[in-house]
Design a binder for this molecule. Structure first.
Ligand code: PLP
Length: 406
């Protein structure tokens, strides 16, 4: 059986790769733009984008060129020395975020670890006693990563189970219920609030702009840091560079990762003054973070977003795409309850378990991601064409139409 398989990678996975991702259904071998091909040559429209990572789609020519050139020039020197791309990337992010400072890392969870360390340093400044002010308030259903800090900030049994004791000091409040946050945020013991602007893994739940503004006001009054996790919703995905821009708030620090490198692992935290002075020589660090190759990949992403006006393009295409998606609710109201989300971060909310439908969509040629046990997540690359967006709705419509009522 093993040697007869047309997909020997599946065999290697079955024997040697850890089982934490279950058994992935496909081996993908090649990608171009919004399309990927599996090991037997079948083509898929990829609206999973590697979970909101491939902002430019697969193998964008400018991105490929920048990465190839940098790989042939200088890849890694550690942070004991400067490298040119890191300096340029920090400056490019500062242009988007405002005056402040950036620290680089390699993933989303690591960026959030950095935010949590900032919270501790801020708490120490507030109380002058280590451990006295370590409270971090997060939202119910939040997802902030799989490290110990990330898990501690992720109030979900399925994430935390088996790994306790976690870090102390975390409490959760319901998203968009400002009265609950007002009650739980304590000027003495709360160091920070940590929040996704749009919850991704939790099921595509956006924070209301007014909730964010009220929360900012409470944080300022009580000297509590407002830490925003834009790891999934940031880098143009919602039709603004950061999703929180819709609310007009000014976070004390922002975590980025996923879309930033366009597929190359990189994370970053941008910190506003005076928060940007909390990390001093020796207080945080990483061997790989902000390496020349990773920074070049991210620079290429920011350059292409600008040059190809990708954010304008998202905003231009959203009305037609969203209207077509909403028509799916009208077609199968028993199956599709709601279209939720902003821009290219969409949850198709179902009345049934999304996983079998994600499978059926994949078999029909569309890659999507389940979210929160309630929704199918659509995360097209920012480069997706009008035809590809229409094709996604066509495939969804075909699969939904033929789906037997529960
Ligand atoms: C994916 C994600 C993370 C974790 O990022 P990793 O790169 O997987 O560590 C954290 N926060 C949010 C909102 C995410 O979507």
């Amino acid at each position: 059986m093993a040697s007869e398989s047309p997909d020997s990678t599946a065999e290697l996975y079955a024997q040697h790769v850890a089982r934490n991702y279950g058994a992935p259904p496909l081996t993908l071998v090649r990608g171009q733009g919004s399309k990927v091909w599996d090991a037997v040559g079948k083509c898929y429209l990829d609206f999973s984008s590697g979970i909101a990572v491939n902002a430019l789609g697969h193998c964008h020519p400018v991105w490929v060129k920048r990465v190839q050139e940098q790989a042939a020039k200088l890849v890694h020197v550690s942070n004991l020395y400067r490298n040119e791309p890191q300096g340029q990337l920090a400056a490019s992010l500062a242009k988007r975020c405002g005056p402040g400072r950036v620290i680089f890392c390699n993933s989303g969870a690591e960026a959030n670890e950095g935010l949590l360390k900032l919270a501790r340093l801020h708490g120490l400044k507030k109380s002058a006693v280590e451990g006295a002010c370590i409270g971090v308030i997060v939202a119910e259903r939040a997802f902030h990563g799989r490290t110990f800090g990330g898990m501690s900030a992720t109030p979900q049994e399925k994430i935390q189970k088996g790994f306790r004791p976690l870090l102390s000091g975390f409490s959760a409040a319901p998203l968009n219920d400002i009265a609950a946050w007002d009650k739980i945020i304590d000027a003495k013991t709360t160091a920070a609030v940590l929040l996704e602007t749009i919850q991704g893994e939790g099921g595509v739940f956006p924070a209301d702009p007014q909730f964010l503004r009220d929360l900012q006001k409470i944080c300022r009054e009580r000297n509590v840091l407002l830490l925003i996790d834009e790891i999934q919703c940031g880098i143009g995905r919602t039709g603004k560079f950061f999703a929180f821009e819709y609310a007009g708030i000014k976070p004390d620090a922002i975590a980025m990762a996923k879309g930033l490198g366009g597929g190359f692992p990189i994370g970053a935290i941008w910190m506003a003054p005076p928060c940007d002075e909390l990390f001093q020589a020796g207080s945080h660090g990483t061997t790989f973070g902000g390496g020349a190759l990773a920074a070049s990949a991210a620079l290429a992403v920011l350059e292409v977003i600008e040059d190809e006006k990708l954010i304008e393009r998202v905003n231009h295409q959203v009305p037609v795409w969203h209207a077509a998606l909403r028509a799916l609710v009208a077609m199968r109201p028993d199956l599709v309850k709601e279209i939720r989300g902003t821009g290219y971060m969409i949850g198709v909310v179902l009345s049934v378990d999304p996983v079998p439908l994600v499978t059926a969509l994949r078999e029909a040629g569309l890659l999507t991601v389940p979210a929160g046990g309630v929704a199918i997540r659509l995360l097209p690359p920012l480069t997706a064409s009008a035809e590809e967006l229409a094709e996604s709705v066509e495939i969804l419509g075909r699969v939904f139409r033929g789906w037997k009522a529960a």
